[in-house]
Ligand binder design. Structure first.
Ligand SMILES: Nc1ncnc2c1ncn2[C@@H]1O[C@H](COP(=O)(O)OP(=O)(O)OP(=O)(O)O)[C@@H](O)[C@H]1O
Length: 343
């Protein structure tokens, strides 16, 4: 997939309205706080990406609504994406017709690599769960529905465990939770089988050492219902559901050691980068065409070997956009200052 044209209005500090893009790698260069991250975030959202926090925060201070527009070339032909967001919510159109996030997932979109990704390694289990969940929703519309059905059932069951309702209703919620939860576990297992070799390969290219990925599950799909029934007393005491995908974690082992506890910052950055590149490769295989690779602050915490490997990967893609305070050698450059860009 290749982004050909991008337009924006009132997105954070961005002032220029239009950017025309060629294929291959491109560097966006500027001093701190000039809008490099904002531009990448805008491109990511324009191509269907999902971000944390309210979209209304992305509207320029003092304005009511922001608009993003992207025209891309895909194997299915030219596609035009339009987004409007503000206090009234988000409106998405694909080729002028209203569309849902679910429909956006039919395109390769973009993968966004950021310094904050180290939280995938050094942060808590919820960071890694969220990453797996977001990735799975890009492959499977069913996963998206399962996840929201599971979360709804979990809230209801937890309310009963906290004494807000009649316990007689618990059996029905156990059944629902076990049905949705088991399928979620199966889909996560399938994801991991495909993801692990890709992450290992990516890590080998970036740094010495061996990376392993595994799920840390609180319950198996087969034993789910029984676990809910047999641990009821403990769950009543704690007022929460203690088993299921909402409690699981993605185990990251570097040379056999738990990375969240033992990895250095540089190693954590390399592991996080390997996870993102694995995500990119997996989406590429799934769609049969590469997502646009967006790399924010490409020099951040990467040593020379890692930078070279990342640059080599980016240069071989149909399109990659990298930001930094200094231009990487040999790449076409767009300069950005005070939200205004120029080539
Ligand atoms: N909703 C908004 N409206 C207007 N300006 C905003 C909004 N949100 C963020 N900004 C401003 O955008 C500016 C640029 O931020 P951005 O993160 O893109 O910088 P950057 O070029 O990536 O810098 P760095 O190199 O420091 O990471 C910041 O000064 C920030 O205050």
């Amino acid at each position: 997939m290749r982004l050909l044209r991008f337009r924006q209005r009132h997105f954070r500090n961005l002032r220029s309205s239009e950017l025309t893009l060629a294929g291959g790698p491109l560097a966006v260069v500027g001093a701190n706080a000039q809008g490099k991250t904002n531009l990448l975030e805008a491109l990511y959202l324009a191509l269907g990406g999902e971000v944390r926090g309210a979209l209304s925060e992305r509207v320029r201070f003092g304005e009511r609504e922001a608009q993003l527009f992207a025209e891309a070339e895909t194997e299915l032909g030219r596609v035009r994406f339009e987004h409007r967001f503000g206090p009234a919510g988000r409106e998405v159109k694909v080729n002028e017709a209203p569309a849902s996030l679910r429909e956006l997932a039919e395109y390769p979109g973009a993968v966004w690599v950021r310094p904050e990704d180290t939280a995938l390694v050094l942060g808590g289990p919820e960071e890694r769960r969220r990453w797996m969940d977001l990735l799975l929703t890009r492959f499977s519309a069913r996963y998206r529905s399962l996840l929201s059905a599971y979360e709804r059932a979990l809230r209801q069951r937890n309310a009963l465990l906290k004494g807000q309702g009649r316990l007689a209703g618990l059996a029905a919620w156990n059944q629902k939770l076990a049905t949705y939860g088991s399928e979620i576990l199966q889909l996560r297992r399938r994801l991991l089988t495909r993801l692990e070799p890709l992450a290992q390969e990516a890590y080998r290219e970036l740094a010495p050492g061996t990376l392993e990925l595994a799920l840390r599950e609180t319950v198996t799909p087969e034993g789910y219902l029984e676990a809910l029934e047999t641990h009821l007393q403990e769950e009543l005491e704690r007022g929460a559901t203690l088993f299921g995908p909402h409690r699981d974690d993605l185990k990251l082992l570097l040379n056999g050691l738990e990375a969240p506890q033992f990895a250095s910052r540089g190693e954590a950055r390399a592991i996080a980068l390997a996870l993102r590149l694995a995500e990119h490769r997996l989406l590429w295989t799934h769609h049969g065409e590469a997502p646009v690779l967006l790399v924010d602050d490409f020099t951040a915490e990467l040593d020379a070997r890692r930078r070279t490997a990342l640059l080599a990967y980016a240069q071989a893609l149909p399109q990659a956009i990298l930001t930094g305070t200094d231009p990487p050698e040999g790449l076409p450059v767009v300069h950005i200052e005070g939200g205004v860009w120029h080539t």
